[in-house]
Design a protein around this ligand. Structure first.
Ligand code: NAP
Length: 456
């Protein structure tokens, strides 16, 4: 082939970087342009992983290595679907690979869900992680009782950040505005509420165990809640039940702990579903319905019993999973919040692949798995893309140089990888003064100001 194969990757989180790595390793001379709507790369590793989980941010160094490859270009501060259309990308590249994650949230669908005081976990996580979209969100931490709906790792992150002392957080990369606000927190009780039982909680054990290692907060579990029905006992004995089994040991340990004289308590509560959020002009009460489990082992679901209890609370976080967002020009499964795919190839409503469109990561498989899960997922998509090259390559494509919207000077200010490194160094420097790994810039304007304007 005399010309390079050009691939546009949309999104710069883990799945995007693993896809770029896979394309480079194939040795086919593929050139990658990675589009990202923020000036900063790394997606959920930067803005989703909790600030006190520094180890989970280490993949950023791997991604930086991939970005330094000569076949790679970063185009930050460019929103695909707004600044550049999908049709433009299809014309300028041999293939477009969407790795844009799941940027929205599932909804509970109950009355009062949008009362002030009821938030999504996404908003809170984005806020404490310095995501520009959530910089100006406000959370009333003057409340004494916070409720978190859902029992996955995001719920644990939210609960742990609410539970930790300032001393436990001040040397992390938590955003300054969040730390200042958390320092004033009056929260005494945090309720982590699951619709199913302890054997069905989605926590991973390492993260779950951390709830027992907090300086000024005790986990609280009612031992009676740990009695399991026969189906749940069978689930624990199943090969896929090993995490649940370990989680149950952790729960038993929590239940047996003597209470300490601590400022906060984190209650783990099971078999409860919110049915209504009540309050005059803001959240005051969460009405919960007690559930029982129904169905065979491995497929048990929560069924309401009709029994209702009310939990007073002025602050609630819905942490019940994420959903992808549509991009004009790409088929979208609105129910699941994903781009429908077969073997990584995006398919239309008839199930036929749309030539040149691919997906990987949460926008392909939904919001499941850990960072590393995306590696295998992206490699699978890359395998399909490479297999299609014969059909996709009908001659050279211009890549970013062919995107009139970017070349005109009227489009967004494009942030390249070297530009990002300037921002990165400035963040690290700001953090060092406070004993933090970095102090993120939380406004797009602040980041753009650091980068010299290109000469035209
Ligand atoms: P998740 O693990 O899927 O958990 C979602 C939780 O919401 C489940 O407890 C689910 O209960 C519950 N839920 C869903 N719909 C509900 C409803 N209508 N009413 C009440 N509860 C409802 O999702 P996640 O916590 O958002 O995490 C997403 C992914 O990121 C996961 O793979 C997670 O492991 C990963 N992650 C990892 C870390 C880490 O530190 N390693 C940190 C954050 C996230 P059911 O089980 O009954 O559906």
């Amino acid at each position: 082939m005399s010309h390079p194969i050009r691939v546009a990757i949309v999104g710069s989180g883990p799945s995007g970087f693993y896809a770029a790595e896979g394309l480079f390793k194939a040795g086919r001379g593929v050139q990658v342009d990675m589009f990202e709507r923020l000036p900063a790369p790394y997606g959920l590793v930067r803005h989703g992983v909790a600030p006190d989980h520094a180890k989970l941010k280490e993949p950023m160094r791997v991604y930086e290595g991939i970005a330094r490859s000569p076949e790679f270009r970063f185009l930050g501060n460019v929103t695909v679907g707004r600044d550049v259309s999908v049709d433009d990308l299809r014309a300028a590249y041999h293939a477009v690979l969407f790795c844009c994650g799941a940027e929205s949230d599932r909804r509970l669908g109950i009355p009062g869900e949008d009362l002030p005081g009821s938030h999504t976990a996404t908003e809170f996580v984005g806020w404490y992680n310095g995501h520009p979209d959530y910089r100006d969100r406000q959370f009333d931490l003057g409340q004494e009782v916070a409720v978190i709906i859902g029992q996955g790792n995001v719920a644990i992150d939210v609960g742990r950040i609410l539970a930790k002392t300032v001393d436990e957080l001040k040397h992390t990369d938590i955003a300054e505005h969040a730390l200042e606000c958390l320092a004033q927190s009056r929260i005494r009780e945090i309720h982590l509420i699951g619709r199913r039982g302890p054997a069905q909680a989605k926590f991973t054990t390492k993260e779950f165990r951390e709830l027992g290692e907090l300086a000024d907060c005790d986990p609280v579990v009612d031992a009676a809640d740990l009695a399991l029905n026969p189906e749940s006992l069978a689930e624990l004995e199943d090969r896929s039940g090993s995490v649940a089994k370990k989680n149950l040991e952790v729960l038993k340990g929590f239940a047996a702990r003597p209470a300490r004289a601590v400022r906060r308590r984190l209650f783990l509560r099971f078999l409860l579903s919110p049915v209504e959020l009540e309050g005059d002009d803001r959240l005051q009460r969460v009405v919960l319905e007690r559930n029982r489990l129904e169905g065979a082992a491995g497929r048990q679901s929560a069924r309401g019993t009709g029994e209702r209890i009310t939990q007073a609370s002025g602050l609630l976080f819905r942490s019940i999973g994420y959903k992808g967002v549509a991009i004009p020009g790409v088929p979208f499964d609105a129910r699941q919040g994903i781009f429908p795919t077969r073997d990584g190839r995006i398919v239309d409503e008839t199930g036929a692949p749309v030539p040149g469109l691919y997906a990987s990561g949460w926008i392909k498989r939904g919001p499941t798995g850990i960072i590393g899960t995306n590696r295998a997922d992206s490699l699978a998509t890359v395998t399909s893309l490479l297999a299609d090259l014969g059909a996709l390559d009908a001659g050279p494509r211009p890549g970013a140089e062919g995107l009139a919207a970017l070349a005109s000077g009227r489009g967004p200010r494009v942030i390249g990888f070297e530009d990002w490194l300037v921002i990165d160094r400035a963040e690290v420097q700001r953090g060092a003064a406070k004993g933090k790994p970095r102090e993120k810039f939380t406004r797009v304007g602040e980041m753009l100001q650091l980068v010299p304007r290109p000469l035209r």
